[in-house]
Design a protein around this ligand. Sequence first.
Ligand SMILES: Nc1ncnc2c1ncn2[C@@H]1O[C@H](COP(=O)(O)OP(=O)(O)O)[C@@H](O)[C@H]1O
Ligand SMILES: [Mg+2]
Length: 304
Amino acid sequence: MAPVRLSSADVAAVEHALQARGCELGTPLASEGGMSHLWLIRHRALDEQRVLKVMSPEMLAHREGLLYFEREQRTASQLGQRHPNIVRPLDFGIIANRLGYAVLPYFERGSLARLGGPPRRAGGQRALCRILGGVADALDFLATGSTPRVFVHRDVKPANVLVAELPDASQPTGILADFGLTRAVDDRATTGSGPFLSPAYAAPELWRGEEVLPATDVYAFAITVLECFAGGNPFGDLRGQAAWRAAHLGAEPAIRPPRDRRLQPLAELAHRSLRERPGQRPTAAAWRDALRTAAEAFDREERR
Ligand SMILES: Nc1ncnc2c1ncn2[C@@H]1O[C@H](COP(=O)(O)OP(=O)(O)O)[C@@H](O)[C@H]1O
Ligand SMILES: [Mg+2]
């Protein structure tokens, strides 16, 4: 699903709105097949780089689309204010009732989809454990996180995890991004499998149009972890919605036992996370703890 091209009039309108907010448009950022257009922008007075995300206009063609967009931005802002591993919009706006944009902090290293193959060395594996551990912590926050509501991201995948070097941390961490499909569990619009789900990561309950739960994110997270460490989706390299649907609803995922014993508990957790029944999957907190334990095992051996 590629986003519809923006007309030059649309780009000019966005540029105008940005200028009024003290920013100038820079170069386009390559998106990994999402539903939006991204640019690098610069806040002039602060001399700070940021990212501009403009939604594909057909997404906002109806009043409902506009409401969804506003809700996405508010939800992301509220969650991002309360958790360091959730991307927080700095600003957002709607131009001429049809063009929605959000301004985000810029993460130079981009997303985990740009990893370029599994890490071979212990240092890379340890960094990946830390990055994914940050995401697991964010998912635990969505699921249990001291808010009265339970949120499901619904689009966890490598392209929606940004790699961040935070100023107060010695190692990079992962930031959960793209809250376009996020819903509160008590929200009636939570069920139904829309055409926008990412088929390679979609849990059985999404295909069946059943209620989604935090366990739906755990399923997608497990595939994300396996892709990052093993280089491929455990259901194979499939084409088309029908093939993915059949795989998620019946095929046995192929999870190769990792050679490094420090990573073996993750493979075991991934196995349980891909169970058909959401109630039988482990929690995001279990993932966070297992990833932390693995990262610490790498740390200890490095110090020897
Ligand atoms: N703040 C950011 N900093 C750096 N890269 C980003 C940022 N936000 C998004 N990206 C890149 O753009 C891609 C698409 O952004 P995303 O928010 O996921 O939108 P979409 O709805 O198009 O999937 C991401 O996969 C990532 O590679
Ligand atoms: Mg995305």
